[in-house]
Design a protein around this ligand. Structure first.
Ligand SMILES: CCCCCCCCC/C=C/C(=O)SCCNC(=O)CCNC(=O)[C@H](O)C(C)(C)COP(=O)(O)OP(=O)(O)OC[C@H]1O[C@@H](n2cnc3c(N)ncnc32)[C@H](O)[C@@H]1OP(=O)(O)O
Length: 177
């Protein structure tokens, strides 16, 4: 995770785990630590983005292949901790979605106060496409953002929306070229 101060009050927080910013336990820990550190300073807002062409490919599936019980539990704790920290942060949080944002990548964006996204990208929770279910708090986050019925349809079908369709249903707030 890298931090660039845009002014004394606004920080650009970039996920920097090539090639796709898959959320490993360490990346989630780093993100949470970074947000907490910025909260402890006199910062007012952050822009969460990526230093590569993918915003975030979601959870690191390689790390979740044949994990020990102990690892799953610490991984899960880290994921929930990051979500609670980002979602409830006192900072103004903006997601600058500059690449694909599937699954937990979408969750990161939905946890922010405002979402802007570059065109020709995709965002959504596609877990059901490969047999995983989104945790209840992913579901609530989506329902709070696009409405319950729309969320139900998107989650049941594991739909990834184009930038334009995401704007049309309110999943994002602005398209930025
Ligand atoms: C136990 C209890 C659990 C219980 C779990 C229940 C939890 C449910 C909630 C789940 C939440 C999730 O986030 S699940 C994660 C869902 N994520 C996805 O479906 C995204 C899959 N990825 C993609 O669609 C694409 O990679 C995309 C992000 C668009 C980028 O495409 P590109 O063409 O630029 O790049 P690619 O060539 O595909 O990928 C580059 C390399 O990155 C790897 N890679 C891509 N996505 C990855 C990922 N999520 N995790 C790891 N590695 C990934 C690829 O394998 C490639 O590796 P090499 O071949 O070695 O180079």
């Amino acid at each position: 995770v890298t931090v660039e101060m845009k002014s004394s009050k606004v920080a650009i927080v970039r996920m920097n785990r090539p090639p796709v910013n898959a959320l490993s336990k360490d990346l989630m820990h780093g993100l949470r630590r970074t947000i907490c550190d910025l909260e402890d300073n006199d910062v007012k807002g952050i822009v969460l983005t990526s230093s590569s062409k993918v915003f975030c490919a979601g959870l690191d599936l390689a790390e979740l292949l044949n994990p020990t019980q102990e690892f799953v539990s610490s991984f899960w704790k880290e994921l929930q901790g990051l979500w609670i920290t980002l979602y409830s942060s006192r900072l103004v949080t903006v997601a600058a979605v500059n690449g694909a944002a599937p699954a937990a990548g979408c969750m990161l964006a939905l946890s922010c106060d405002y979402r802007m996204m570059s065109s020709k990208n995709v965002i959504g929770m596609n877990e059901t496409k490969f047999g995983l279910f989104p945790p209840p708090w992913f579901v609530e986050l989506m329902a709070d953002t696009v409405g319950r019925r729309k969320a139900e349809m998107l989650l049941l079908q594991g739909t990834l929306l184009s930038t334009e369709d995401a704007l049309a249903c309110g999943m994002i707030d602005q398209i930025v070229e």
